[in-house]
Design a protein around this ligand. Sequence first.
Ligand code: PLP
Length: 414
Amino acid sequence: MTTDVEDLLAEIRNRGLYRRLRCVSGPQGPRVLLDGRPVLLLCSNNYLGLADHPRVREAAAEAAMRYGAGAGASRLVSGNMTIHRRLEERLAGFKGADACVLFGSGYLANMGAVAALARAGDVVFSDALNHASIIDGCRLARAETFVYDHRDSDHLEWGLSRAEGRGSLIVTDGVFSMDGDVAPLERIVELARRYDTRVMVDDAHGTGVLGPGGRGAVAAAGLEPEVDLIVGTLGKALGSYGAYICCDTEMAKYLINTARTLIFSTALPPPAVAAAAAALDLLQEQPRRVEKLQRNGALLREVLAANGVAVPAGDTPIVPLIVGGASDAVRASERALERGVFAQAIRPPTVPEGSSRLRLAVMASHTKSELREAARTLAAAVPAGAGEPAADRHGDPAAEPDRSRVFDGLRDAA
Ligand SMILES: *Cc1c(COP(=O)(O)O)cnc(C)c1O
């Protein structure tokens, strides 16, 4: 018999995992009107504050007038327009790649590319804290998945050495979305070369954030020519919506022929494409935005520490404030919100059980005094002892995955 949806919801509530939509009125800025109340926004990926930039808005409006609101079909039918091709050329140039393929979103790009590259009989190697869209790509693929411990290149090598040449792809977030730490890219690339495996890096949170001119985590490591596929989104630092994969020309053709999420989904709407192109212009004209973002990230870590909140060191605008239990994280978030700071609680399955957190994200458009004030508010809102690095909390040896099992299928992040 089918379980009542009401009962299913009750179960979610009992586990402290119930989610509801909050609503922002007006544009996305460093401060927003949330459910009718003005708050400091500290959990958006609009890192460079470009989503509501006048030039970005104008570009979207102009594209709507010139090209219309929608593309009307998938890119392989009749939806591919000059505006798509132009943005692909610009993004390839920005990332120093031969080619670039636009997708509907980062979710679709990851799902489509992983499934296209990990075929039956292959093994795909995936970091334990990779984004859900990569996990879902692994699920969609007919390959086996080996989930290596977070940033643990020894564990990765252990798996590769047992794959007997079946390894086809290593896939990792560049900057991990919920922890703000960076993948050991140099070591991954070295292992990929040794074991003749492709590398795909999801730079959703690196683009516009890290590296020279905001070119991303891969560029920061000087590894652009070594990484086979670099994924980026248009919806985060670039303030719009959509995503892209930079790669070589043959790979681009392969993705266009095999990535189901590109083939069976409508092309990006022209206003979204034009907005991203305008944001890319701004990023290239004003590299100071990236510097300001980096300074703001460092400042937030510093002022949190000064207020007695331990946060992990890092170079990204993502600062995890780990609380532990799901309900505790929600209560901390609500206390902060009462005092005018919006830092959404992030719970399983987005993060592992027992590591619920406030995932703070600074923007280039936050002022120093806003960040200082936010740190005081957050220090008062979170329980004592919060903010310890995730690694310390995962230190329980009993929680270590069993390394004697090789391809134990996908660890279910849900
Ligand atoms: C947000 C995110 C995505 C999904 O991108 P969308 O364009 O929002 O669908 C993919 N990967 C990572 C690491 C992300 O944080």
